[in-house]
Design a protein around this ligand. Structure first.
Ligand code: FE2
Length: 448
């Protein structure tokens, strides 16, 4: 059985339109926001959120994604105060030079409305099959990064930066090609190397992960085609492990049970094992033109797959069987063993409002504990981000920031949580001057 589903990264979000939430917001700038509690003096930087706006236009009647503009929201924090700015980036901003054109691929492009990455002092907004759009501190488009013309399909919604070597990894895959490209940019943002890898069929890659020695991707039963994504729910998925300085022939594929992964938490080496923590969906969320779940779809679960690099054997364990998404760790631990992690959690309403989360969860993998931070009824929370405290070196010596939307009162806030007192009241709540539609990813840009 094969079903066509949409490729929109925003499908988690697009289906929430029926709810009484905003679908768009205004461009504006506001200084000196109202604050409940007290922003830690040492918290200094910019919180940027990316997401498609108007929300919902990324899925057309036939379920195939159309380009959607991005709205960036920025909360600048310093000396216990906060300012806000929002700015729209047009969908075609990323489609300058360097990316393949054509009807098939155009219809799948999402605009730079999903991810954000900070590398070499530059903030890049990312989206499916796009070129990164470099954004300045006023959220204006500074330039389009054509990646030296070396990624023929552009790249996906996520890029990752190695905290040790400050290299950035990017991946580009096309629905019209049985090859995909893995690129490595040096500390100055110059493309250092590109590996072209052939597969049996076009594959779908939204996110990926890395260890200190490998890039880890997942090729699942969801395959990219011109019409969207084809999902074969019985087809196994394969983790691909590519040595960071390897060639295409060095990639090794390891079979696991069927799943789709939108977001990885982190991967790291543990001796001969590669540990891959990720959120596994049993199937893509949406079918074409329908808002119902596919049969057999269950809540996305936090899973840990371990790949034995000597024998090729894999083991799989469920770390949390509740509905979670948007996993986050202290980025200083990316590719290295992490102890703490966070995610958005749907405590009870997952089946009613797909893609809405009403709590955050903190994991401690050393003590095997999960602590929830629940919000009041009617409040939706998005992706958490871990902000290291100034001068700190220890993992989780940090603040946890997230954006909430109060659906009853049509208001949004930034909450600042103390990981050492998780589950207790926020140390600060920054009131935003308008209600933000549900969005995608967050980025923290520390002040210099
Ligand atoms: Fe994403």
């Amino acid at each position: 059985m094969t079903e066509v589903v949409s490729t929109s990264h925003g499908k988690l979000r697009a289906q929430t339109q029926s709810r009484e939430t905003a679908t768009s917001s205004a461009e504006m700038a506001t200084s000196n926001l109202e604050i409940l509690g007290r922003i830690p003096e040492s918290l200094s930087g910019r919180l940027i959120r990316n997401g498609p706006e108007p929300l919902g236009d990324s899925l057309s009647q036939d379920g195939v994604q159309r380009s959607s503009s991005a709205m960036l929201h920025q909360i600048s924090i310093a000396s216990g105060r906060a300012d806000y700015r929002s700015r729209r980036i047009l969908a075609n901003a990323a489609f300058g030079n360097g990316a393949e054109s054509g009807v098939g691929i155009q219809s799948l492009r999402g605009g730079p409305n999903s991810g954000l990455v900070l590398h070499g002092g530059h903030v890049r907004a990312l989206g499916a099959l796009s070129n990164p759009v470099i954004i300045n501190s006023g959220l204006e488009v500074e330039s389009i990064d054509d990646l030296a013309g070396s990624m023929p399909f552009g790249i996906g919604a996520h890029a990752h930066v190695d905290p040790v070597w400050d290299e950035m990894f990017v991946i580009g895959a096309s629905p019209r090609s049985s090859t995909f490209h893995v690129g490595t940019l040096d500390v100055k943002g110059r493309m250092r190397r590109v590996v072209e890898i052939a597969t049996d069929t076009p594959i779908f890659i939204h996110d990926f992960s890395f260890t200190d020695t490998e890039i880890v991707i997942l090729a699942s039963g969801a395959e990219m085609t011109d019409g969207g994504v084809s999902w074969n729910p019985t087809a196994p998925a394969y983790f691909g492990v590519l040595p960071r300085d390897g060639e295409a022939s060095d990639i090794r594929w390891h079979e696991v049970s069927p799943r789709v992964v939108w977001h990885f938490m982190n991967s790291y080496r543990d001796g001969v094992q590669i540990v891959v923590d990720h959120v596994a969906h049993r199937a893509p969320i949406a079918t074409a033109g329908k808002s119902a779940l596919l049969p057999g779809v269950t809540a996305p679960q936090l899973r840990r797959t371990q790949i034995n690099t000597l024998t090729g054997e894999t083991t799989d364990e469920i770390l949390d069987d509740r509905a979670v998404e948007y996993p986050a760790i202290d980025n200083r631990r990316q590719g290295l063993r992490h102890r703490f992690a966070y995610a958005a959690l749907a405590s009870s309403r997952f089946n009613d409002h797909i893609g809405e989360f009403d709590a955050l969860v903190r994991y401690d993998f050393r003590s095997d504990q999960a602590i929830d931070h629940s919000f009041e009824e009617g409040i939706i929370v998005g992706e958490p981000v871990v902000v290291p405290r100034r001068g700190s070196t220890g993992e989780d010596d940090a603040w946890i920031l997230a954006i909430t939307t109060d659906t009853k009162n049509a208001k949004s806030s930034v909450v600042v949580l103390d990981p050492q007192a998780f589950g207790e009241a926020p140390v600060a709540e920054i009131k935003l001057p308008q209600m933000l539609p549900i969005g995608h990813h967050l980025l923290w840009v520390p002040s210099l």
